[in-house]
Design a protein around this ligand. Structure first.
Ligand code: ATP
Length: 235
């Protein structure tokens, strides 16, 4: 089986500062991959490169068999790549409008149907659809971010630190939401510093100083000395 996503030898940076060095990554259809790395390891730069918000200096990106390295981000969304940034939602807009934005490229009738599907799937969001997203709790806000990203029926959901700013209780909630979202063949790439997200994942990739330091099935990563030292406070 060909992977859904293949990134090879990605170099990228900001101005003249190189941040990513020959980074490679692949994700199969329906697979969940967690991208671990400390602050500044380059996770956000890699995700933004994947979704088309940051031009790579070198390397290739293939999605569903198509070369997308130079494709504008709006086309990548239509091709099936959804991105949830650390911010996730627009706090001043209503819950319903945030969802509508997530499916902005759908025909109006389909957008409304998808909105209803999201309200059915996440009933907490259906209670006060006209309320500002900023009035939601931290966990519910992430739920809205996920629902907004799912509006366009993506094949790959790319998320930047869904646990950022959340208390441990809400982290559990978000992990539950993502476990639920991961059905239906959806593939996910989740950048995180919180190792608890490995519980969700089929595989993990560890970025260190902009390079892939370790990658593999979660069980193997948990046994990797460097990973244990860096993330589990062991050894
Ligand atoms: P964090 O968890 O803090 O978001 P990260 O792993 O996502 O970390 P990046 O945000 O990709 O890391 O940052 C990698 C490096 O690139 C850091 O040294 C950062 O200071 C630098 N950097 C990020 N964005 C810019 C920018 N717009 N201009 C210049 N340097 C940047």
């Amino acid at each position: 089986m060909n992977p859904l996503l293949e990134m090879h030898d990605i170099d990228a940076g900001h101005d003249r500062l190189q941040v990513l060095w020959q980074v490679g990554l692949h994700i199969d259809e329906g697979e969940t991959v967690v991208l671990l790395g400390a602050n500044g390891a380059g996770k956000t730069t890699l995700l933004r490169t994947l979704v088309g918000l940051h031009p790579p200096w070198a390397g290739s990106i293939r999605f569903a068999g198509e070369d997308i390295a130079r494709m504008p981000s709006a086309r990548r969304i239509r091709a099936g790549i959804a991105y949830m940034s650390e911010l996730g939602v627009f706090p001043d807009l209503s819950i319903a409008d945030n969802l509508a934005l997530g499916g902005y490229f759908l025909p109006a009738a389909e957008r409304r149907a998808q909105q209803q599907a999201m309200f059915a799937r996440f009933p907490d969001l259906a209670r006060r659809p006209r309320a500002a997203a900023g009035s939601l709790s931290g966990g519910q806000r992430k739920m809205l971010g996920v629902a907004k990203a799912l509006m366009g029926r993506p094949r790959l959901l790319v998320m930047d630190e869904p646990s950022a700013g959340l208390s441990p209780k809400f982290v559990d909630e978000v992990i539950g939401i993502l476990r639920q979202a991961g059905g239906d063949g959806l593939a996910m790439l989740i950048a995180e510093q919180n190792v608890r997200f490995l519980d969700l994942a089929d595989r993990g990739v560890v970025l260190d100083g902009g390079r892939v330091a370790a990658a593999g099935p979660v069980a193997a990563l948990r046994e990797d000395d460097a990973v244990r030292r860096a993330y589990f406070g062991m050894l």
